[in-house]
Design a binder for this molecule. Sequence first.
Ligand SMILES: [Mn+2]
Length: 388
Amino acid sequence: MKFIHTADWHLGKLLKEHSMTEDQEWLLNNRFLPLVDEEKPDAILLSGDVYDRSYPPEEAVELFDRMTEEIVGKRKIPFIIISGNHDSAERLAVASRLLKWQGLYIFGPLTHLSPVILEDEWGKVAFCPLPYAEPARVRVMMNVLGLEGAEDVHSYEDAEKALSDYLLSLLPDEPMRKVALAHAFAAGGTPSESERPLSIGGYDRIGDTVFEGYDYTALGHLHRPQKTQKDSEKIQYSGSLMRYSFDEVNQKKGVILCDLDKDGKVHTEFKEMVPRYQVRCMEGAFDVLMGEETEPSDDYLQIRLTDEAPVIDAMPKLRAKFPHALGVEQDMGYKEDEGNRDIHLEQMSDEDILKRFVHQFRDRDLSEDEEKLALDTWERVYRKENAQ
Ligand SMILES: [Mn+2]
């Protein structure tokens, strides 16, 4: 059984107020679908955070709608989706009890979960959907369904285990290979800035043992592609569709191609998907960046200016050459304030105050030119004051 594991599409994502939807569409059309056509998987798994927010913008909903048509309608590939912490489980799963007959399996609300059983030449493979769920919601679900043990569910790990046990209990009593889809923070995983924490203080971390009964676990939530166990391919994060924060600029983004053999051993391969415009950082002096030696770029840029003197109105000037410059910062070599408050300004000359200021922030004295400029400026200011 060959399947593609993807997660954290975050359709409709804004990166510093800039909508990424067009780039997401470009990537899905020009990287993802061609990969699907090349690999012809038996299923596609999307492990949560389809959208960036519970009320996604219209163009994001339209994009998701079109992708389901491309995958399930045109290509007849079963598409299994769970909701993540950014999705509204109910809105994402609208009409899902009808859509499953078409091969589009969307799981959100916890009271409507069931394994999806697909078959290949070696037999059955059960895909168990474990959507994102806070412990309180799992307790409610267990009470509604009349399951025992709701009062013992306190942590995210308890909740995930209870969900998993429930899904496994629904399987027919015969041996089969098993795959889990989950949206959770596996302990040992490395987070990025673009994930919204599930809870405060590490309470959201769950141990790998929850997924022991599965041949493969397709995780969503952490945006960096990673294995949770060093020497095992069995539990992995595919990572997000694109880079969604500037601390992800060194991460490759893509999907995981999984091949489950007849014994349930999984062989995986990460397939990078390079976007139209990359999210990256750029550093240099203003004149160098604006000069011929630097190529213009449509990439999403966080620009760090290395000039020592302030650059006035840097952003509009930079945007003429780098239209997707989203942030600019300048390190003028300032030192941290050492907190020395033993200063009596009224007893110091203006010149001494300036010298002290420069020394404290730049860790050097005024140059001769700077000192001359300061004195000239003062003189002109004093002359103006005296003339009034
Ligand atoms: Mn996410």
